[in-house]
Design a protein around this ligand. Structure first.
Ligand code: WT7
Length: 635
């Protein structure tokens, strides 16, 4: 147990156990009172809400009757205050270029870009896809969409053109905002050319806005494609934001699930903004003078909630870094922390494990004296990594917040509160306000403390997803039908004797590779789309660095010959279909896959084989036992 220091406690935004207990009790016993008060205190409403929550499970409406503008909450309301000339974004590009953008300047850029989007015919409710590097213009694009009520869908820059096409078509985006490229490990990642390939199959796209970042040659298709800087040169700097209904959609973010098709998680305005704003304030103990750095890419929910919306709504100074953590050397992050005086640092366990592997010497070259709080997100943090983070980065002085949440939850759900909660390495500890986690068995009964089960959230919360874009039926079956009316997270977890939560990991067919969620079915469908492949099954194998590695079992069509070259071809094929993050770590050819008599692939057996272990447990339902023997012999 790591208790908060007296020093941290004394200055914390929420520094006592008694206050946590009181507010938590109020938040779950009188949610309307609690959230109504927080919404009034933390957000600026153009029209006050009439009712805090309308809950007809599984559909929630928060702050009904209320109207606000999310971009106004992140920008305009800081103008005319002491924050006006404060840095909103400190940007460092991978090549070393540095830019500081104040709230006033960011507001101006967002107003101009909103006018530019309007000049291209974008209006409330339209969808825009954003496929950009980690540069301030990515945040500007998101905020300009929010300002107009345009629904954005950010597509991570590592996704392939196939993935762009699917997402653009699924939400009928009219506009794509991209860049010529971005810098990654000293090379240009060509974004515009990926968009061009995707757009051969996207009939609804009318315009592409292209930011010049890397200066590489790109093809511009007239009149479809427009340069960012040319549009901005013509755009007016004034833009009066309209107020939108609290439930107006803010963004769609695609995430992997247990089928081949990614799910378009829909978040709306008032509730989402409140959830991200209040968690940023209390979980990160945000102060006016902090330099806050969340290393996530804006292509993920962490980038939406804790690079853009949560911190900017709080008037924070956000550090944004474009490139790789080991460019030019493995100490780039520590260099950045010292150079800019970063005080709050939020990253992922997979990154921490990479830093550990690169060696302590790279850390010891830097002071890191500005840091005062550390965060972790994306997967369970193993206690060794936690201890290293605590000693080597936090110098035993900084609290660590291990935050459990999901794309669907929008904001942090379970986390220590710094200055209040004693940490246990590996546990995300206790629920945030309004969150009621329960561990249930297969019959929906609560399991005793210390036993494992499935993780559910039993009360609605403001930043919850509202539906899956265009697929409310899947929304219902995916999250709300395991046990009718309560939210199933897809994770396995347990409470310990102190009531601390330990999340073990996904229990559905979703893998967590380097903190990124990858559906096994998506990879399988990419594999079988290759002409040589007859059948494929994908499982996870424990991996020291990535958490889980992707192992693919593939049977070939007759006439195809297994070879190392074909393995490489298939790995490249998956990267092309989905993106480099889904490139399989290993491909294993098999004469057949282990199946039950009814034809269902027995993944449990494949997992055991992938992990290099013995096949244990019940194999009596297996149709052909010789398959297992030959799979073990292979590789
Ligand atoms: C899944 C959600 C939330 C932003 C990043 C990932 C796992 C996330 C933790 C944590 C244990 C964690 C869960 C969850 N996860 N944070 N602190 N401890 N597991 O978002 O892609 O929606 O993935 O990530 O398995 O269900 P995501």
């Amino acid at each position: 147990m790591f208790k908060p220091s007296a020093e941290f406690k004394a200055q914390a935004n929420l520094g006592s156990e008694a206050t946590y207990k009181r507010l938590y009790a109020e938040s779950v016993n009188s949610p309307a009172k609690f959230w109504g008060r927080q919404a009034k205190e933390l957000l600026t409403w153009r029209k006050p809400f009439k009712q805090v929550l309308q809950w007809k499970a599984p559909h929630a409406k928060w702050f009904t009757g209320g109207a606000l503008n999310v971009s106004e909450n992140c920008l305009d309301r800081h103008l005319g205050t002491a924050r006006e000339n404060k840095a909103a974004i400190i940007f460092e590009g991978e090549p070393g270029d540095i830019r500081t953008i104040t709230y006033k300047q960011l507001h101006r850029e967002v107003c101009k870009f909103a006018n530019a989007l309007e000049s291209l015919g974008m209006k409330k409710g339209d969808r825009a896809a954003i496929y950009m590097p980690m540069v301030p213009e990515a945040a500007i694009a998101m905020l300009a969409c929010a300002r107009l009520g345009v629904i954005h869908t950010v597509i991570f820059g590592g996704f392939s053109s196939e993935a762009i096409k699917d997402r653009v078509n699924d939400c009928d985006a009219k506009l794509v905002i991209t860049a010529d490229g971005g810098w990654r490990r000293g090379k240009v990642v060509e974004l515009k050319s990926a968009v061009d390939r995707a757009l051969t199959g996207t009939p609804k796209v009318e315009h592409v806005v292209v930011l010049k970042r890397t200066g590489n040659e790109v093809a511009m298709t007239q009149p479809r494609d427009r340069w960012w800087h040319e549009l901005m040169a013509e755009a007016k700097a004034e833009h009066k934001p309209k107020a939108f209904d609290s439930e107006h959609p803010l963004f769609i973010l695609y995430t992997s699930g247990s089928t081949g098709k990614p799910k378009g998680v829909l978040h709306t305005s008032g509730g989402y903004l409140l959830g991200t704003t209040i968690t940023t304030k209390y979980v990160f103990d945000l102060k006016e003078s902090d330099i806050y750095w969340c290393t996530a890419d804006i292509g993920w929910i962490t980038g939406h909630s804790y690079v853009v919306y949560g911190p900017l709504a709080n008037g924070a100074t956000v550090l944004m870094y474009e490139g790789a953590p080991n460019q030019p050397g493995p100490d780039r992050f520590w260099e950045i922390i010292d150079r800019h005086g970063v005080t709050i640092f939020y990253t992922a366990p997979t990154a921490i494990r990479a830093f550990m592997r690169w060696g302590d010497d790279y850390v010891k070259k830097h002071s890191l004296a500005s840091l005062r709080l550390l965060g972790s997100v994306g997967e369970p943090i193993n206690p060794e990594a936690w201890m290293w983070y605590h000693k080597m980065i936090g110098k035993k002085r900084c609290p660590i917040v291990d935050t459990w949440w999901q794309t669907e939850t929008g904001a942090i759900m379970v986390t220590p509160l710094p200055g209040v909660t004693a940490a246990k390495p590996g546990s995300c500890t206790r629920p945030f306000f309004g969150v009621v986690p329960k561990i249930l068995d297969d019959n929906g009964k609560e399991v005793p403390k210390g036993s494992g089960g499935r993780l559910f959230l039993t009360q609605p919360w403001p930043s919850m997803l509202r539906t899956l874009w265009g697929d409310d039926a899947r929304f219902k079956t995916q999250y709300w039908s395991e046990i009718k009316g309560i939210y199933f997270a897809g994770d396995g977890a347990r409470f310990d004797k102190d009531g601390y939560l330990w999340v073990v990991g996904r229990i559905d067919d979703v893998l967590n590779v380097s903190g990124h969620r990858i559906g096994t079915a998506e990879v399988e469908s990419a594999l079988v789309s290759h002409p040589a492949v007859a059948e494929a099954a994908v499982v996870g194998r424990p991996d020291d660095l990535k958490g889980q590695a992707l192992v693919c079992f593939v049977t070939l069509k007759s006439g195809q010959t297994a070879s190392d070259q074909l393995k490489d071809t298939l790995r490249a094929h998956v990267a092309k279909e989905i993106g480099a993050i889904a490139r399989p770590d290993s491909v294993r050819f098999a004469a057949g896959l282990p199946k039950t008599r009814s034809g269902k692939i027995m993944r449990r057996i494949l997992k055991e084989i992938a992990a290099g272990g013995e096949v244990k447990g019940d194999v009596t339902t297996l149709e052909d036992f010789s398959v297992v023997a030959s799979l073990q012999a292979e590789d």
